[in-house]
Structure formats: C-alpha cells, structure tokens
Design a protein around this ligand. Structure first.
Ligand SMILES: *Cc1c(COP(=O)(O)O)cnc(C)c1O
Length: 228
C-alpha cells in the first residue's frame, strides 16, 4: 500500500472515530484533500485511494492540475483570491471557501454570470486578528453575507476560518467555537448556513467536535510540503 493510501485511511478512520464520539454522523464531515505543491502523480494516487474533493490555494498551479486530471473530482479553492483571478476561479472550481470582501463577491458573481454558472462559496472569517493575513473581520461577515444572498450566481453555503498554527490542537478550539457561534448568530438573524470549513492536519479532530462539516487536510495525507 502506498503511503498516501495508508495516510488517507488513517485520516478517514480518525474522522469517523471522533465523529462518533461527538455524536455526529461521519457522513456529515467532508474531507478536502489539500494538494497545494503536490504533483499530479501523487494526487492521482490519492484519487485512486478514494479522495473526492481536492483543495488548492493558487489559481495558476491548480489550473495545470485540473487540465490534466479533470473533473471527476470536485475542486475547491481555499487560498487567498485576488479579484483579477476571479475569472479563472469560477471556471476551474466548484466551491470557493475564501470569499472575504464584497468587491470580490461581486466580481465572482459577474464572472460566474458570464460563464453561466452558479458557484458555491463560503466567507473566510479572520478570528485571530493580526495573526493571519486573510479573511474578513467578524463584524463585517453579516454585510458580506447579505450581499452574497442578493447575488444570483453565488450560493452562500457556509463559513471558513484558519486559526494561527498551534502545536497543541486544544488552542485552536476557541476559534472553532467562535465560528460555530457566528453561524448560529447568523441563523438567528435570518441567514441560515449549513457548512463550517475548519480544521487542518494538526487539529481536525477538535474542529469536528466543534461542528466542522469540511476539514481541509494536506500534510496528514500527502506528507510534509517543501518549505517555501
Ligand atoms: C495548506 C492549507 C491547509 C492544509 O494544511 P495542513 O496543515 O497541511 O493540513 C488547509 N487550509 C488552508 C487554507 C491551507 O492553506
């Protein structure tokens, strides 16, 4: 068995175990295999082993892979998106986890209209203040969500966050609690969402305990990435 297959099995087992322990249906937790910097041959191994959703951070890098691998797979964009790449993003991806401003949402909507597509999106919320660069501040989430609800070619499905990196996964928990609570507040305000994209290799179990419906796992499946 290749190590990717083995790694994937182990991650899937851990997801299932923590879901059951938390009283959740494991089928409600979708695994996004994060394949940034991973070459096509290794991505194919992951697909052969059962991966159905791939997550990419860079439009250009993803474009090459998507052209080679194609679309039996669902491709999700999880990185920071610049408006001038929106055109490509709506062509290439089935879901965008990282919408963080009204201008970006409007540009995606315009581009999706031209492509005659409707794209599922999430709002990336920066709950850690200065510690991470991207995502909108919590206070602006409502306005962005209202805006997206009025756009015909975007469908808002959830919220995404990425806490700072901690050795100890328990330190991520407050961020994941905060994102879940934000989703609850939005539901009370008439904006019901269903997805929470949160949890990475080092802390996806904590995220699942707090309600994650998408976990984004790279290293635990593909191994360490080369340092930049
Ligand atoms: C790289 C990345 C991940 C995966 O990180 P790992 O620690 O390798 O699991 C998840 N989400 C985002 C937004 C990323 O950029």
């Amino acid at each position: 068995m290749s190590n990717i297959r083995e790694n994937l099995l182990r991650v899937q087992e851990r997801i299932e175990k923590v879901a059951r322990r938390a009283g959740r249906d494991p089928a409600g937790i979708k695994l996004v295999a994060v394949s940034k910097t991973v070459e096509v041959a290794r991505i194919r191994e992951a697909i052969d082993a059962g991966v159905t959703i791939l997550g990419e951070n860079y439009v250009q890098e993803a474009q090459k892979k998507i052209e080679e691998i194609g679309k039996p797979i669902s491709w999700h964009f999880i990185g920071h998106l610049q408006s001038n790449k929106a055109k490509y993003a709506v062509r290439l991806f089935d879901m965008i986890h990282s919408v963080d401003s009204i201008p970006l949402a409007e540009e995606l909507d315009r581009r999706a209209e031209k492509e005659d597509r409707k794209i599922e999106v999430m709002i990336e919320v920066n709950l850690s203040g200065e510690a991470t660069k991207f995502g909108t501040e919590e206070a602006k989430t409502f306005d962005i969500a209202q805006k997206i609800f009025n756009l015909n070619h975007l469908s808002l499905v959830g919220l995404m966050t990425m806490p700072p990196y901690f050795e100890d996964p328990e330190l991520s928990r407050p961020y994941y609690v905060q994102l879940r609570q934000l989703m609850e507040k939005m539901a009370e305000a008439g904006i019901p969402l269903k997805e929470l994209s949160m949890g990475m290799s080092n802390d996806f179990e904590v995220a699942i305990e707090e309600g994650a419906t998408y976990v984004r796992v790279g290293t635990a499946i593909f191994g360490e990435r080369p340092k930049k």
